[in-house]
Design a protein around this ligand. Structure first.
Ligand code: ATP
Ligand code: MG
Length: 651
């Protein structure tokens, strides 16, 4: 990957974008040399009720980890997302909703958003929800999910959105963990033509949670499909009935900058999900500024992030960031391959989408289905493409750039985490040249660094563990109810720094390449390499659509390389092909990376956000699957049985 391709910023982009290279350098330097000055000014993009006098008050000291931004200011997040836009853009569309069926859509203006959010806020208040209470939102991708989040923000309740694809047990754990007593759900969800029994799941979850001592006072149910559901007298409420009983206006609660805005459980790729807690002021400033500059959002643009609101990407870049900026944000209920593999691009054409943000898992799946599904659509409205969630293999990056964007749209590969609140490492489209597979450079105020296993800072072109040296406003403040877990998880490994858990390489241009989680780094005969590197080589083979690589104990090499490979539609899984793939990786990277074992896998175990769960693949590769750990966040548990059955390393 040393001979990385570079896609330079085009002159048109340098011209049209808010930030060009000179401006990036100037603003970046100021942001790290004078964080108080820089963020004090940038925070003016948000409306404050009472202005702050203090900007940054943060400590990464292991014995006293504490993160506060704008701490004496007050504000309300829903006012920033709605009310302040009413003067000039009440009739502008705030949310375009595209339903699971292509015939189903809705346009919600800022004026309507205000009314719906206020009514829902009043319903919650009428049923006893107060500032600081935890409200669980378990919803499909319908506008009411966004109303629910903003309604919580309006009255100062802390929302905990649980992805609608999670099981009753996962929901129960999350209700219990934050002791939430108010749940908002819908009768059923619909994705890809299939119904998901959200209300029935909620009933099961509450039953389980209450056995463990939790207590849920009310369940508010939005009617989505009209499917038959049981309503429990005295507890369950219909949304459509309740909103008629309350006023259309709800005065916002004055919140401290450091009052919690939400709790969100991480996707659980590495273990038990953590209740990541974000607060109000810094989070709003950070999501707003990153949404504007990373996506180069200009007034009137149609912006679409395909994430689910159940993930942090949905929080920061479907709801809070875009709405704080008065944007038109598209919310999609469905899946990329329903009714056909052209759906994403048809939606882009239908609504004139200018900015499109998705995940490598979707890009690889669509790439595997062939170009025709893309090329038969117009996509002429598209101007910018984005990626988030996993390292994007250069092969997939190039496909996205060439086939989807027709070499016209820059691709921003955005690295960040639930914990970081917003994007930390990314190209800015008018400023920073893109390299397929690299997230490139830090955003304003972000100081990434690479350390070795002993915590020594490494200089120049190097490889190691990715840490961040100092705080930025969007950073999580604690693990809900467990500050010690927060400190131990992020600040104990390399004392004085925030440890991301990810490995990375920094090249001679100072660009960052995320190589995957550090637990996934391979050590083969003393050579360290990221699993992402071997995976990218495999995916670059024309017959391979997806690959996951893990290490397993090897007598001679210490660690052997075990590859799970999903083939392109129609390709035959033969021993010949295994040989071919082995030789391919040898020639792409070198003999040291030669796969020891290859298993053809029709499907890979993924989290419900579409990330490959290497933790489980490692267990199977080690021929030790007696204890696969927490599998509650797995999307399709059956995939695991197939992998176990066809495992290649049998004791
Ligand atoms: P858990 O923390 O529960 O194991 P998770 O880390 O998958 O789950 P998220 O916060 O959703 O939960 O994901 C953040 C991680 O995703 C990052 O730490 C990184 O490993 C990966 N990631 C996100 N974006 C990128 C990107 N652009 N390039 C490479 N990796 C990325
Ligand atoms: Mg993580």
């Amino acid at each position: 990957m040393s001979d990385a391709k570079v896609h330079s910023v085009t002159p048109e982009w340098a011209e049209r974008a808010f930030i060009d290279w000179d401006k990036y350098q100037e603003m970046y330097a100021r942001s790290v040399e004078d964080p108080n000055g820089f963020w004090g000014e940038q925070a003016q993009r948000i409306d404050w009720i009472k202005p702050f006098t203090k900007v940054k008050n943060t400590s990464y000291d292991y014995h006293n980890v504490s993160i506060k931004w704008f701490e004496d200011g007050t504000l309300n997040a829903s006012v920033n997302c709605i009310d302040r836009h009413l003067a000039d853009r009440a009739d502008q569309v705030a949310i375009i909703w595209e339903g699971d069926e292509p015939s189903d859509d809705k346009h919600i203006t800022y004026r309507q958003l205000h009314e719906y959010v206020c009514r829902l806020a009043n319903v919650m208040k009428a049923h006893g929800v107060k500032k600081g209470d935890r409200v669980t939102i378990y919803m499909p991708m319908i506008p009411e999910a966004a109303y629910a989040m903003l309604a919580c923000a309006r009255i100062g309740a802390i929302h905990s959105v649980v992805f609608g694809g999670f099981s009753p047990d996962s929901l129960a754990n999350r209700i219990e963990d934050c002791r939430s007593d108010f749940v908002i759900t819908s009768d059923e969800g619909v994705r890809g033509g299939r119904k998901i029994p959200l209300k029935a799941n909620t009933d099961k979850a509450i039953e389980r949670a209450e056995k463990d001592g939790a207590s849920v006072r009310n369940v508010l149910v939005v009617k989505r499909t009209g499917g038959d559901v049981a309503m429990k007298e005295g507890r369950d409420l219909w949304y459509h009935e309740e909103i008629e009983k309350v006023e259309a206006d709800c005065p916002p609660e004055e919140m401290g900058a450091e009052d919690p805005l939400f709790i969100l459980y991480t996707s659980g790729s590495t273990g038990k999900p953590k209740g990541v807690m974000h607060t109000t002021g810094g989070y709003m400033v950070y999501t707003s500024i990153t949404h504007q500059y990373v996506f180069d959002y200009h007034d009137g643009d149609i912006y679409w992030c395909t994430a689910d609101v159940g993930w942090v990407t949905g929080h920061s870049y479907i709801v809070y960031g875009p709405l704080a900026n008065g944007a038109t944000t598209l919310m999609f209920e469905g899946v990329p391959n329903y009714p056909s593999g052209s759906r994403f691009w048809e939606v882009c054409d239908k609504h004139g989408v200018n900015i499109f943000y998705t995940a490598p898992t979707a890009i690889r799946a669509l790439m595997g289905a062939g170009d025709e599904a893309v090329t038969k659509t117009s996509r002429k409205s598209l101007r910018l493409l984005g990626s988030v969630g996993e390292p994007i293999n250069p092969e997939a990056w190039e496909w996205y750039y060439r086939v989807v964007g027709e070499e016209r749209c820059p691709v921003v590969d955005t690295w960040w985490q639930t914990e970081t609140g917003g994007i930390l490492i990314t190209p800015l489209p008018g400023a920073i040249a893109q390299k397929p597979g690299s997230a490139t450079k830090p955003f304003f105020g972000v100081q990434p660094a690479v350390v070795d296993n002993e915590g020594n800072l490494l200089e120049g072109a190097t490889e190691g563990n990715l840490v961040i040296l100092d705080s930025w406003p969007g950073q999580m403040r604690t693990v809900y109810g467990d500050h010690d877990r927060f400190v131990q998880t992020y600040f104990a490994t390399y004392k004085g720094n925030y440890f991301t858990g990810d490995g990375c390489r920094r090249d001679a241009d100072g660009d960052y390449w995320i190589t995957g989680r550090v637990d996934d780094v391979l050590n083969v005969s003393g050579h360290r390499m990221g699993t992402a590197e071997v995976e990218s080589a495999l995916v670059a083979h024309p017959k391979v659509s997806e690959a996951a690589v893990v290490g397993y104990p090897h007598n001679i090499k210490g660690q052997g390389i075990y590859c799970y490979v999903t083939l392109m539609a129609g390709e035959e899984p033969t021993d010949e092909l295994k040989k071919e793939l082995r030789n391919w990786v040898r020639s792409e990277i070198g003999p040291i990376a030669s796969p020891d074992l290859i298993q053809f896998a029709p499907g890979l175990p993924k989290t419900r956000s579409g990330k490959i769960m290497r933790r489980i693949l490692r267990k199977i590769a080690e021929d030790d699957f007696s204890n696969l750990g927490d599998t509650s966040t797995l999307a399709e548990p059956a995939v695991v049985d197939d992998l176990v059955e066809h495992r290649q390393n049998r004791a």
